[in-house]
Design a protein around this ligand. Sequence first.
Ligand code: ADP
Length: 508
Amino acid sequence: MDTPTDTVPDASDDERLAPATREFLVREQGLLIDGRRVPAADGRTLPVHDPATGRRIATVACASAADVDLAVRAARRAFEGDWARTTTPERSRAMWRLAELCEAHHRTFRELEILDNGMPWNLGEMMAPLAAEFLRYYGGWPTKIEGRTIPASPMGRRPGETLTYTLREPIGVVGAITPWNSPLAMAVLKLAPALAAGCTLVLKPAELTPLSALLLGDLALEAGIPPGVFNVVPGFGEDAGAALAAHEGVDKIAFTGSTEVGRAIVRAAAGNLKKVSLELGGKSPVVVFADADLQAVIPAATFAAFFLQGQNCMAGTRLFVHERVHDAVVEGIVAFTRTLPVGPGLDPRNVFGPLISREQRERVLGYVQTGRAQGATLALGGRALDAPGWFAEPTIFTGTRPDMSIVREEIFGPVLCVQRFGDGDLASVARAANETIYGLSGSVWTRDVSVAHRMVRLIDAGQVSVNCHAAVDPSIPFGGNRQSGWGREMGEEALDLYLKSKAVTVAL
Ligand code: ADP
C-alpha cells in the first residue's frame, strides 16, 4: 500500500469536518463481529488514505481468514437465532430505523465518502439519502415475499387430493464483497435486499475504503438489528476476501468488482457450490444520433464518462456519434469538461476529484500512452495534475477504433473514447456498440421513438436508457450481460438473489 505522507498529522485535525467525523476518524476502528468492535485476531491494521491529499486519515483493523471465520459463525448463529425469530413487520421497522439513522448521520457519511474515496462533494452529499432510500424500499418487502399455490397432479392424483405450494426462504449466510468506488452505496445494495429476505451478512468492504461500512454496521445495531446479523470485516481481497468466497459456512456470495476478481470468486465458490451473484466491469456505449438534442447530450455524455472520475462500472466510456453532429458534440464536450472544477471534494465547488490511488492513476495514464501510440487523437487532458493527491485530467480521445485497447478494456478512469458512425442500418450501429466483452449499461440519444426503441432491443446490456444515461433507483433492476456479471441487483429481482424456493406437496 502506498503511504507517501504518513508522517503528517492525520485528517482528524481538519476543522472543516464535523466533530462526529473527527471523532470517528481517531477512534480505534475494530472489525464488527457479533455486535462488537474487536481487533483482528493477529492484531494487524490497515492504513486508510485520503486520495485528494495522500494523507493517512484513519487506521482500521485488518481481517484475515481467522476473523472471517468468526464473523461467518456469528452470522450463522444470528441466521438461525434472533433474525429467524424476528417477525416480518419487525424486520421492516428495523430497516426503516436504519434508514433514518443514515439520514441523521448524513454529514459524517458525506465526509467519510469524500475523504476515503475522493468523491466530489455533490456525490458525497447524495450517498446517505440514497442509502436511506434503498433501505426504505427493501424495508417494504419483508411482508410481501410470497410463494405460490400450484394446481399439480403428482403421481396422477385427482384435484383436491394434494396441495402443492412454494415457500420462499432466505438463502442463509451471505458473504458480500464490495469495491472502493461507492463504498456506502455498494454496502447498502447488498445489505438491504439480504435483510429483507431474512439473510444475515458478512461484508468485506474494499481495503481502500472501509470507513462508511463500519459506521453503517454501528448504526445497524443502534437500529435494533440483532448482533451477528450484519458483520463488517475490512481486509485485503486475496486474504479476507478469498477466505470469505471459499468459506464452507457461506451460502451465497454477492460481489461487485472487476471481472478478473469475479472469475476468482467463482472458482473459490466452487468448493461448496455456494450461489454467486456478480456485478462486474463495463464499457458502456453512449450512442448519439444526428437528431438528438445536443444541449442535453453534451453535459449528460460528459457526466456519463467522468462521473466519479470515470471510476464506475456504468461509465459511458465509448461515445458513438453520427458524423453530421460529431464535431459539434466533441467540441461541446471538450468545452464543457474544461469548465469542471477539479480538486478535493471537501470544497463543494469541485465536481471532479482524484483517482483512488497512485497505482490507479498510473494504470490510467498507461492507457493514455497506449491510446496515443495506437493512433487515437488526444482532444483533451491525458496528464497527471501537478498537485498533492492522485489527480488526473479528464481525457478525451477521438478517432478511436474497436481494436484499440483504450476502447476494448475497462480503464476505470476518466478516459472517453469517441467513434463516429454514418448513415446505415441500426443493426450496424448496434453491432459497433456491442463490440465489447461487457454488457452492463448503455444509452441512446435521439428524438425518433422508433429508432430509440429499436436500438434498445439491439443493445446487449442489462440496462439501456434513452435520452439519459444510467438510471439509478432502488426499484430499477441493475446488472450485466456477458462478462459484466450474473444476476440483477436492485428492484424486486434483487430479492431473488437472497431467496430460495421450496416446493411442498401435502397428500390430503
Ligand atoms: P475494484 O478495482 O473495483 O476495487 P476489485 O475486483 O479489485 O475491484 O476489488 C473488489 C473487491 O474484491 C474488493 O473488496 C477486493 O478486496 C476484493 N477482492 C480482490 N481480490 C479478491 C479475491 N481474490 N477474492 C475475494 N475478494 C477479492
